[in-house]
Design a protein around this ligand. Structure first.
Ligand SMILES: [Zn+2]
Length: 123
């Protein structure tokens, strides 16, 4: 039986990676850029997804708010693996093969990842 790489990494690591990518200097409100942010427990469906509340604008958000991962049908795991493989200089074809041979949106995903994980249209 082939080892499925998706079972080797856990969601907590994935969310940790996203936090480091988007907030290298610590959590920041995506609405007003305030750093006065408090933790507000975890998501009910995604227990590794941290939720926050901004002390300045009182808005609530989570780890994926305002990123290309939010609301995407691919699980975060697939994105993070995609990012890892890109770092190894694998081609889209090789990445697709590793993640799922039938996956057709790897090209779209790598394009988005190259442009950055935080949506630019927001500000
Ligand atoms: Zn705010």
């Amino acid at each position: 039986m082939p080892v499925n790489i998706k079972t080797l990494i856990d969601d907590a690591q994935c969310y940790g990676t996203v936090r480091e990518l988007r907030w290298p200097e610590g959590c920041q409100c995506p609405f007003c850029d305030s750093k006065r942010v408090i933790k507000r427990g975890f998501d009910e469906k995604e227990p590794a997804k941290q939720r926050y509340e901004c002390k300045d604008c009182s808005k609530r958000f989570d780890d994926l708010a305002d990123t290309i991962f939010a609301g995407h049908h691919q699980p975060l795991k697939v994105w993070v693996l995609c990012l890892c493989f890109m770092g190894l200089n694998l081609s889209n074809k090789q990445i697709a093969k590793k993640l799922d041979p039938n996956r057709t949106d790897v090209h779209k995903m790598t394009t988005q990842l190259r442009e950055g994980v935080v949506k630019k249209s927001h500000k």
